[in-house]
Design a protein around this ligand. Structure first.
Ligand SMILES: [Ca+2]
Ligand SMILES: [Ca+2]
Length: 156
């Protein structure tokens, strides 16, 4: 797991300290819609996951994802679920849109799989940022066993 040290200059440091005292902006749930690009602006994102076309790759387990960006992080681990039977073999699952404080460029993701479903083999995930109209690719090619597990993947 990687940790980032925020670089603050002058007033930005004061604002950051105020944010830390008053509540963590990066972890609060944004109320507003898109207001522009930059720290503390609220942006919209979508999450895409492709499960591999391999025998037994699909699962019904709970899956959650946290997106770590160059500016901030998604507000905790986002539960990835919709009306479809998600994370089946060779399936494409789209989630969102989600409103988060601007995370900058997606850097890496943390992906949690619960123990309430069988093993899972996701091939890759993509994070879509409406602000830049860009899909950011995060290769996974990871095998999750039956148990509860969190793994991290770069979005190069
Ligand atoms: Ca499923
Ligand atoms: Ca579902």
């Amino acid at each position: 797991m990687k940790f980032r040290i925020p670089i603050a200059v002058g007033g930005a440091l004061v604002m950051m300290m105020a944010t830390l005292v008053g509540g963590t902006a990066a972890n609060a749930t944004p109320a507003a819609r898109t207001t522009g690009i930059g720290t503390n602006a609220v942006e919209q994102y979508r999450i895409f996951v492709h499960t591999a076309n391999i025998d037994g790759a699909g699962t019904d387990a709970t899956v959650r994802m946290k997106v770590y960006g160059t500016l901030a992080e998604s507000p905790g681990y986002i539960n990835l679920d919709n009306a479809a039977d998600n994370f089946e073999r060779n399936s494409n699952d789209y989630f969102g849109p989600f409103s988060w404080y601007d995370i900058g460029r997606p850097d890496f993701i943390g992906v949690y799989k619960g123990s309430n479903g069988s093993e899972w083999y996701p091939e890759y995930a993509q994070i879509y940022a409406y602000a830049t109209n860009t899909w950011y690719n995060c290769p996974m090619n990871a095998y999750y066993g039956d148990g509860e597990e969190t793994r991290w993947f770069d979005c190069p």
